[in-house]
Design a protein around this ligand. Structure first.
Ligand SMILES: [Zn+2]
Length: 221
């Protein structure tokens, strides 16, 4: 079809629409600053500030996890949980636990998207390792943020993936954005940015740079 056969009143809006779409696709990442992490909150019902009705704790072994670990040459039941599982209905809103920036968005990581947020800490706060920054990891989401985006405490960063029985958020608070620097999987020799979510029986998750999420949040409200 030759362009001159398309009437102007069709062509011009088409061109404008085309330009708009291109602009939207190349939309720059939001760079407004949200400030330092000066308070931490829960990933669900952040305003209520209540711990969830039930959840799977940090640094526990779960005898029901009989599947084989991809990272360690054993069943997951033998491993120690590096984070906390917060059980909620599929589709529940997941909130950023503090001000920060999305440093990694890994789509389709082990049932849903993985998000890592960097939290530069307010003056006077530091991790047990003396760092003035800490990272939070969220697994099993349908994400609603982009890599590089600034997020404010309480902002919705995604929704829980709807599963038949046990939709949950796996939340970690940790020293490293990229777990590849601290942990190599013994079974495969591989390293994963997201990390294996569980660590071996011999050492605590803390020794790999994982903090207790509940304790960290409650002592930094
Ligand atoms: Zn978990």
């Amino acid at each position: 079809m030759r362009l001159r056969k398309i009437p102007f009143f069709v062509l011009v809006p088409l061109l404008l629409l085309g330009l708009g779409l291109i602009q939207q696709q190349n939309r720059p990442v939001v760079t407004r600053s949200v400030g330092l992490a000066d308070a931490f909150d829960f990933p669900f019902e952040p305003d209520g500030g209540e711990r969830p009705p039930w959840y799977a704790s940090y640094d526990v072994q779960n005898p029901y996890l009989t599947s084989h670990s991809r990272c360690y040459d054993t069943t997951v039941s033998q491993l120690r949980h590096a984070g906390e599982d917060w059980f909620r209905p599929g589709g529940s809103e997941v909130h950023a636990i503090a001000n920060g920036r999305v440093v990694y968005l890994v789509p389709d990581w082990d049932h849903g998207d993985a998000i890592v947020i960097e939290h530069p800490l307010k003056e006077g706060w530091q991790t047990p390792w003396g760092d003035e920054v800490v990272y939070s990891l969220y697994l099993h989401l349908d994400s609603e943020v982009q890599e590089g985006e600034q997020v404010a405490r309480g902002q919705v960063i995604g929704h829980l993936q709807p599963w038949e029985y046990n939709s949950h958020l796996h939340l970690e608070i940790r020293r490293y954005a990229d777990m590849a620097v601290a942990l190599r999987c013994p079974a495969s020799g591989k390293t994963w940015l997201v990390g294996p979510s569980y660590v071996d029986e011999a050492k605590s998750p803390y020794s790999y740079g994982y903090l207790n999420p509940q304790e960290w949040i409650e002592s930094h409200r």
